[in-house]
Design a protein around this ligand. Structure first.
Ligand code: SF4
Length: 346
C-alpha cells in the first residue's frame, strides 16, 4: 500500500479521489470504483503501487503508435484493475481482478527501469490495464525513465483528470488514447457508465496542448455499438478540429470477447467506410488495424502521396522519412523519431 498523491479530504473522513474523472467519493474502509484505491483512516492509499500483472518488450507499432519513434521497442507494463467496464475487454483477467497482493512482491520504479534498460528498450509504456488508476506509479517510473533517456508512453482510455495529467505530464511523452464514442449513450452501450465523454476529449487536448505530448487516437469499431456513420463522422471531426488533421486516427477491427461474444468481428467494408469518412473530413493519417489490408498500415505523405513508411504487421519494411520530413517533397510529416528528438518538447 502506498499513500496516494491525488485525493482531497471530504466530510467525516471521506476522501475524493482525483486520479480519474469518476472522482469517487470514498468512505473509510472502502475502495473506489476501480477497487485499487482505498480509504484507510481518512487517507487514500493505492493497493496496486508497484504490482505488475504483465510485462513485454513490444514494437511501438503494437500500442499502436505509428508516428512516434517508428521501429523502436518499448518496455510495456501493466498493473491490475480498471475504471471502465467495456463489454469487449481483451484483458479482463488483469483489468478486473485485484488478487491478494503482498507489499513484498511489488517492484520499485528503480527495478522496473533497470529491467527496461537491461532489455535494451527505447522507451517505457504503461498499457494492458488502465494506467489512469495508478498515476503515482506512472509518475515515479516515468520520472526515472526520463533520467535514463527512455521515452515514455501512456496507453489510456483517456480518463485521467487534468490534475492527474498535470501530475505525470512533465514526464510523459506520448498519449495513445481511445476515443470510443462521442456521447454517453454510446459509452453506455459499450458498458461504460457514469463517464462524461467530453472530459475524455478535454483531457486529450490538455495532454497535447499543456504538456506537448504526442497524441494518437484509436477507435475500436464495434458492429451495432459505435459504427454508425454519424458517430464516426463526429469522432473524425473532433480530431480534425481539436487536435489537427495530422494526428493519426487508428480504426481497429473488433473481435468478439467477454460480453460482446455474440457480435461478429468488424467486417472490412465497415472499416473502409470509417476510413472514407475520415478522409472526407480531412484527416491525413488514418490507419486500419487488427486486420491485414494492402495499404491500411502504411504512411503516405499527405502532400505528394509518396510512400513514407511501409509496414507489415508490427514490422517496418522501409522508412523514407528523414528529420521528420518526406524525402521526396520535404513536407513536415508530424513523425517524432530519433533524428527529430532533439527538437521534441524543447
Ligand atoms: S482512480 Fe477513478 S475509479 Fe479509481 S478510485 Fe480514483 S476516481 Fe475512483
Amino acid at each position: 500500500m502506498k499513500l496516494c498523491g491525488l485525493w482531497l479530504e471530504d466530510k467525516e473522513n471521506s476522501v475524493i479521489c482525483t486520479a480519474c474523472i469518476r472522482r469517487c467519493k470514498i468512505g473509510v474502509g472502502r475502495t473506489g470504483a476501480c477497487m485499487t484505491r482505498k480509504n484507510e483512516g481518512g487517507k487514500l492509499y493505492s493497493l496496486t503501487y508497484g504490482h505488475i500483472s504483465s510485462i513485454a518488450l513490444d514494437p511501438i507499432e503494437k500500442k499502436p503508435l505509428f508516428h512516434f519513434f517508428p521501429g523502436s521497442h518499448v518496455y510495456s507494463v501493466g498493473g491490475w484493475g480498471c475504471n471502465f467496464g467495456c463489454g469487449m475487454c481483451q484483458n479482463y483477467e488483469i483489468a478486473h481482478i485485484v488478487p491478494g497482493l503482498r507489499d513484498e512482491d511489488a517492484l520499485s520504479p528503480e527495478e522496473l527501469v533497470s529491467n527496461a534498460l537491461e532489455r535494451n528498450a527505447d522507451g517505457m509504456a504503461f498499457t494492458y490495464n488502465e494506467p489512469a488508476i495508478w498515476p503515482e506509479f506512472v509518475r515515479d517510473v516515468f520520472k526515472l525513465a526520463k533520467k535514463h533517456d527512455l521515452y515514455t508512453v501512456l496507453v489510456t482510455n483517456g480518463s485521467s483528470t487534468k490534475e492527474s495529467i498535470d501530475y505525470y505530464g512533465p514526464y510523459c511523452d506520448a498519449y495513445r488514447v481511445d476515443i470510443k464514442g462521442m456521447t454517453d449513450i454510446t459509452l453506455g452501450r459499450i458498458g461504460i457508465r457514469g463517464i462524461d465523454p467530453s472530459e475524455i476529449l478535454e483531457g486529450t487536448i490538455w495532454a497535447r496542448d499543456r504538456w506537448g505530448m504526442h497524441v494518437e487516437c484509436v477507435t475500436n469499431i464495434i458492429p451495432t455499438v459505435n459504427d454508425s456513420e454519424s458517430e464516426l463522422r463526429a469522432i473524425a471531426t473532433w480530431i480534425r478540429d481539436n487536435l489537427g488533421p495530422r494526428v493519426p486516427w487508428h480504426i481497429t477491427r473488433f473481435y468478439p470477447a467477454l460480453r460482446f461474444r455474440h457480435l461478429m468481428p468488424t467486417d472490412l467494408p465497415s472499416l473502409e467506410m470509417a476510413e472514407r469518412i475520415g478522409r472526407q473530413i480531412g484527416l491525413s493519417y488514418i490507419y486500419i488495424g487488427n486486420v491485414h489490408t494492402q495499404r491500411g498500415e502504411n504512411t503516405y505523405c499527405p502532400r505528394c502521396q509518396a510512400l513514407i513508411i511501409e509496414r507489415e504487421g508490427y514490422k517496418i519494411k522501409q522508412n523514407l522519412s528523414a528529420m521528420g520530413r518526406c524525402t521526396r517533397c520535404g513536407e513536415l510529416l508530424g513523425i517524432t523519431a530519433s533524428d527529430t528528438r532533439e527538437s521534441y518538447r524543447s
